[in-house]
Design a protein. Structure first.
Length: 330
């Protein structure tokens, strides 16, 4: 399909309202527009613009998106589901963050709410670094909110790409293992598909947890769930959920041949997985895919090259081979 009209306008509530007023669309599909599309859709909802023009949110309900994106709501849901999350606290001031640090000790991870690529966050090893990251994170967050948590840096980082329809059918497209541990943003990590070092039991535990979370959120379409797995005790924690088609979804689509964005759009329009025969089966991989990020430091000579929870990559490349070693070399 080809768009009837294409607009090149600023990504602001005002310009989008002007387009809505002119075009009078029936629906808005926010979950394939990345973090920016999601944030703008939430603002349109909160300011009553969608209701004013009778625009329906297609796919995941606005409540599901807010529950996945709002750190406090998400943490409350995880406790309700009995899903393990790192010891954490929601803060909207530096003083609250310092009090939490005094209680649990360093290092501490700072994760701003409603931001892309961990923007504004970081891992603080002392009070001075915590103050820097919290001030920056609160400024970066549209709702002036940060999740600060006891660091689990060094654990294995595993991601699951999940598709769900409105009839509660769920499908895991694939799992992905970050070769870099928790503490390096997944966008800055070398990633292998499927996971290379997990036992069958660990794969099943994390898959069941991912499906449980996506169903409880009421997602319709694609969703990315990130886990931290302790390599010694096999204990896991839920890091976060992206209730949208993400950069990891693009990797999962290319790695498996499963058209996640296309299927997610059809599910948002009311189809279910059973109706999309080619999309109702989990892909089976007899090969390994490796993704390596690409950083723009050649263009930003004075940028800080230290990798952490704030993503710095601007692109990535992938290779398909029979095993991890040859895929990595390729």
């Amino acid at each position: 399909t080809i768009a009837d009209v294409v607009y090149f306008e600023p990504l602001s509530v005002e310009s989008i309202e002007a387009v809505i007023k002119k075009e009078l669309p029936d629906g808005l599909l926010a979950t394939v527009g990345g973090q920016t599309g999601l944030n703008l859709a939430l603002k349109l909802h909160q300011q009553g613009i969608l209701a004013k023009y009778n625009v329906n949110m297609l796919g995941s309900p606005i409540e599901s998106i807010m529950q996945g994106e709002d750190r406090e709501q998400f943490r409350a849901l995880m406790h309700k589901l009995d899903e393990p999350v790192p010891e954490s606290e929601i803060v909207d001031s530096l003083q609250s963050a310092l009090q939490f640090a005094e209680k649990v000790g360093y290092p501490i991870i700072v994760r701003p709410a409603y931001t892309l690529g961990g923007s504004g966050g970081g891992i603080a090893d002392n009070e001075e670094e915590l103050a820097t990251y919290v001030k920056r994170g609160l400024k970066a967050s549209p709702i002036h909110q940060c999740l600060i948590e006891k660091s689990i840096a060094g654990f294995k980082e595993i991601e699951y790409e999940v598709i769900r329809d409105a009839k509660d059918n769920c499908l895991t497209i694939c799992d992905m293992e970050n070769i870099d541990p928790v503490g390096i943003h997944t966008g800055d990590s070398i990633v292998a598909v499927p996971s290379q070092t997990l036992s069958e039991e660990e794969v099943n535990i994390l898959r069941n947890s991912a499906i449980h979370i996506v169903r409880s959120l009421g997602i319709v379409g694609g969703c990315n769930v990130q886990f931290a797995l302790d390599p010694t005790s096999k204990e896991y924690f839920v890091i976060e959920v992206n209730p949208r088609v993400s950069r990891s979804s693009a990797l999962a689509s290319k790695a498996t041949g499963y058209p996640i964005a296309k299927v997610a759009t059809k599910l948002a329009l009311g189809y279910d997985l059973q109706e999309l025969a080619q999309a109702s089966q989990q892909p089976e991989l007899d090969y390994v895919v490796v993704k390596i990020p690409r950083w723009p430091f050649d263009k930003f000579a004075y940028a800080d090259r230290t990798l952490g929870t704030q993503m710095k990559a601007t692109g990535e490349v992938m290779a398909i081979e029979r095993n991890l070693e040859s895929a990595l070399q390729k």
